[in-house]
Design a protein around this ligand. Structure first.
Ligand code: FE
Ligand code: ZN
Length: 518
């Protein structure tokens, strides 16, 4: 009987205990369950006895005809997922009745504000790196100078002799001495300076990371080393006026679909599709307003991304992975505009900023899909969104005290404080030396979204909504080996008119999503 319950739960359907009792009493429960599942798209989230009874009476009328695609689900049960397996029958939008489909009444309104796509000038030469870091320093210096304390900042070459000084520099080196002092090397376009944080200073716990731009206040006495007394970061304002949409529309945020992986959560994905098309009672009024769907990178699992990845792949051809994902998106109603950015598993250059997918890939998709780069600033009905896949979190975790893969929201705050998405150069995040630093957070967005860590979180910080969008992949063997427990299949929906957030959970225990959670 457990096998049969598994058959349902694998398809994202929960089974009432009464149904299980009922199934025990019929002749061939496995066959019966397979037949019920062939109509999976019309099945409710919870399989009730009423539903089964109703199904049986219909079946009797139809003389028990077995559908020709019944084998589709058997394949899934034995864990095979062929390319054709990923194709879904189109889920029709449920119109009229209880689904009011408000978002259909409004045209989409998207403006891309900042995106490297089509603007890349990077040739990777040495002089490009100098230009790149100069642009970073220039941009962040402008932001830092807006802070009262930094108004009198001087160029580093003027920090001479004894006295108090205020200056801004990019961190080129941080090291701890034998006596636990910290030495910070800073530079600007005029000079470099080595400054000291004494071991007894409260600043000693401060995580100063390589290549970030900081403001320094400190002093030098009797021609000794320069002592840092405060460190200032550009930060975002404590409060701000939030933009709101002029129409009752909302945006859904997803990330890390990992199509092509054996652990792609097909059942959860199907539940999500049924919800967004108005077939699920729960939170239907939220689905009615969805006008935008943002997919924050890692849309496919890719190939050769980590050691022995082949063993985790259901689809081993990268183009077939994208084709399958394009098919899956065909079930998103046409009136919803989908925005896709790449992540580190996708087939674009890994160095950030990453441009949008090439035409070879975008050709698979319908016209309601818009492809942008990573990161990207865009507005949705006037609400400004900063979308960044989040690769740099891997570097924050190793460099900033208190940051782990489990608290991505805290990591996003660190980015906002530094007004930079990926300050650390030469770590795990490859960075392309564009002549403009696209990773600077020059504008404070209304919504800041990341993915990548396969966790989930939503929080407001200084009037910015921070979202770490959830993944659609359960734990892979590789992640298990790393002790990494994902929190998948949760969807955050922001009502762009009220800026209220709702979370809809499409996860199910059956898919192993929470098995490591203890
Ligand atoms: Fe991912
Ligand atoms: Zn990623």
């Amino acid at each position: 009987m457990k096998d049969i319950i598994d058959m349902f739960t694998k398809n994202g359907i929960l089974v009432q205990p009464e149904v299980i009792d009922h199934l025990r009493n019929i002749q061939n429960p496995a066959e019966f369950a397979t037949n019920v599942l062939k109509s999976a798209e019309q099945l409710p989230l919870v399989l009730t006895l009423d539903f089964i009874k109703h199904y049986e009476s219909n079946l009797n009328e139809e003389m028990g005809g077995v559908p020709d695609d019944a084998g589709r689900f058997e394949n899934e049960i034995v864990g095979k997922m062929e390319r054709s397996e990923l194709d879904e029958k189109k889920v029709e939008v449920r119109l009229g009745g209880s689904f009011r489909c408000i978002a259909r009444e409004y045209d989409d309104d998207i403006k891309v504000m900042k995106d490297v796509t089509g603007n890349s000038t990077c040739e990777g030469e040495l002089k490009d790196f100098a230009n790149y870091f100069n642009d970073r320093l220039r941009a962040l210096k402008n932001l830092l100078r807006q802070r009262m304390e930094m108004r009198n900042a001087v160029p580093i070459k003027r920090v001479r002799g004894d006295g108090e000084f205020v200056f801004i520099g990019i961190v080129s080196e941080v090291r701890t001495t034998n006596s636990n002092h910290k030495l910070v090397e800073l530079e600007d376009e005029t000079d470099t300076i080595t400054a000291l944080i004494p071991s007894k200073s409260p600043l000693i716990a401060e995580s100063v990371v390589h290549d970030e731009v900081i403001g320094v206040i400190g002093r030098r006495r009797q021609s000794n080393l320069f002592i840092i007394e405060s460190i200032l970061r550009p930060e975002i304002p404590a409060s701000r006026k939030v933009s709101k949409a002029y129409a009752p529309v909302s945006a859904v945020f997803l990330s890390d679909i990992h199509m092509g992986s054996k652990t792609f959560l097909k059942g959860s994905w199907q539940k999500f599709l049924r919800w967004i098309n108005g077939h699920v009672d729960e939170k239907r009024e939220i689905a009615e307003r969805v006008k935008y769907l943002i997919i924050n990178g890692d849309v496919v699992d890719g190939i050769g991304i980590y050691p022995n990845q082949e063993e985790d792949l259901a689809v081993t051809d990268i183009f077939a992975q994208y084709e399958a994902f394009a098919e899956a998106l065909k079930n998103i109603p046409d009136y919803i505009k989908v925005i896709i950015l790449p992540g580190n598993h996708d087939a674009v250059r890994p160095a950030e900023p990453q441009p949008a997918f090439s035409k070879e890939i975008t050709d698979y998709f319908d016209s309601n899909v818009l492809f942008v780069g990573n990161p990207c600033y865009f507005t949705l009905h006037g609400v400004e969104v900063l979308a960044y896949h989040g690769r740099s979190m891997d570097d924050f975790v190793t460099s900033v005290r208190g940051i782990t893969h489990r608290n991505p929201i805290e990591c996003m705050k660190e980015m906002l404080k530094r007004r930079h998405l990926a300050p650390i150069y030469g770590g795990k995040t490859p960075i392309a030396p564009e002549c403009r630093d696209y990773l600077v957070i020059d504008d404070v967005p209304d919504i800041f979204v990341t993915g990548h860590v396969h966790a989930f979180g939503v929080k407001s910080y200084r009037d910015v909504i921070l979202i770490n969008a959830s993944a659609w992949q359960s734990q892979t063997d590789y992640q298990r080996m790393l002790g990494f427990v994902p929190d998948p299949a949760k969807v955050s929906v922001i009502d762009l008119q009220t800026m209220k957030c709702d979370v809809v959970n499409f996860g199910s225990v059956s898919e192993g999503a929470y098995q490591g959670g203890s």
